[in-house]
Write a protein that binds this ligand. Structure first.
Ligand code: KG4
Ligand code: ZN
Length: 345
């Protein structure tokens, strides 16, 4: 089945074509440059940039794949969750395409799609086996799921306040490192000592929910008390603080991932979402899973972050079962929980 997937839920516009699970063409346009000076995503700017990009990207992937719209079997679009004005762009564009081509269109849950990223491949596939635990950690979400099959998952735990990616972003903002924070904090942390500062491990032994806002406050108070704002950006104290902060987040994420796998008897674990780009997190999760003889499935970083391939992939699975079909009345779903059926429209 050949499916075109479209994504515009946050600050990346993306399109991809998947054929029976294999990614045959993809294109992503990041808006980071546009939002950077504001220190976060500005919804109005995001919608406008999606509008300018979505058609180009759809055409680009068709061209790359050597296909025309009439060669496709279906269309898929992120219906939610995300910024409503941003979601609307790809949803309306996809509705237009569906109307013009008479292709079936399915609505995909963005977070559910993240949880299946390791199924995507271009070369040698090493797909996860069900049921597995997925940790989806991004700028907007931090959740643990038991993924039973492509179409069904259960929430095991989620953040009670900030998402892990949001914690990285806020930490970066505190240090004046720019937006988004994850990659730059990881780079700075690599130069520091993770034992340098004793930071909290929030809720580490209390169930499967997460909380990162207390850690954020602890770091801010420490930063102020030690006058770290007077240090140049590459000062060892800041690298030490970054390393200690990153270690605290990683320890919590990995401890809960491990507990979830043990509790559910899952086959192994998937790491996904933008925070799964973090090399130290990938390494720590790998070590933890190997200690209980379970595999850790990850994907190349381009598929951990927001992308169209995951939407095309899960969209194809839904189209095979005739699930979440959208008509012209379909509306974007900014708060759609990953384990809930598509809201009736
Ligand atoms: O999944 P994603 O691309 O978009 C959302 O759906 O939110 O995730 C973006 C988040 C941002 O908060 C960013 O700071 C974080 O992922 N991130 C990282 C790294 N790369 C991106 N966090 C930690 N380490 C990284 N290397
Ligand atoms: Zn995402």
């Amino acid at each position: 089945m050949l499916v075109l997937g479209l994504e515009s839920s946050c600050d990346e516009t993306a399109a991809a074509i998947a054929a029976n699970g294999r990614v045959v063409a993809e294109s992503v346009r990041s808006q980071i440059d546009l939002h950077q000076k504001y220190g976060g995503v500005v919804p109005e700017i995001a919608s406008r940039a999606h509008l300018e990009a979505v058609e180009d990207l759809a055409q680009a992937v068709l061209r790359k794949a050597g296909l025309k719209l009439e060669n496709l079997d279906g269309l898929a679009v992120t219906l939610g969750p995300g910024l409503v004005g941003a979601l609307l762009v790809a949803v309306n564009f996809a509705k237009g395409l569906a109307l013009a081509t008479k292709l079936p269109l399915t609505g995909v849950n963005h977070v559910k799609a993240h949880a299946q990223a390791p199924f995507l491949y271009t070369d040698s596939p090493n797909p996860p086996t069900f049921p597995y635990v997925a940790l989806v950690a991004s700028g907007g979400h931090t959740s643990l799921f038991l993924v039973e099959d492509h179409l069904n998952l259960k929430v095991l735990g989620q953040t009670l306040d900030d998402a892990a990616g949001e914690a990285f972003d806020k930490f970066a903002k505190l240090l004046g490192l720019g937006y988004p924070g994850g990659a730059v904090v990881e780079k700075l942390a690599a130069k520091g000592r993770k034992e340098a500062y004793q930071l909290a491990r929030p809720l580490i032994r209390e169930g499967l929910n997460f909380s990162f806002s207390g850690l954020k406050t602890q770091v801010r108070l420490l930063y102020e008390a030690e006058n770290l704002d007077n240090r140049p950006h590459n000062h060892p104290d800041l690298a030490n603080l970054a390393a200690s902060f990153q270690e605290a987040v990683i320890e919590v994420l990995v401890a809960k991932l491990l507990t979830a796998v043990k509790m559910t008897g899952a086959t192994g674990a998937v790491l996904a979402g933008g925070v799964a780009c973090n090399g130290a997190l990938r390494e720590a999760a790998q070590v933890a899973l190997s200690q209980i003889n379970r595999p850790l499935w990850t994907s190349p970083v381009k598929w951990c972050a927001d992308n169209g391939a995951m939407i095309a992939f899960l969209g194809a699975k839904q189209l095979e079962k005739g699930q979440n079909l959208l008509d012209l009345a379909a509306e974007a779903q900014p708060r759609w929980a990953a384990d809930s059926p598509m809201p009736t429209l």
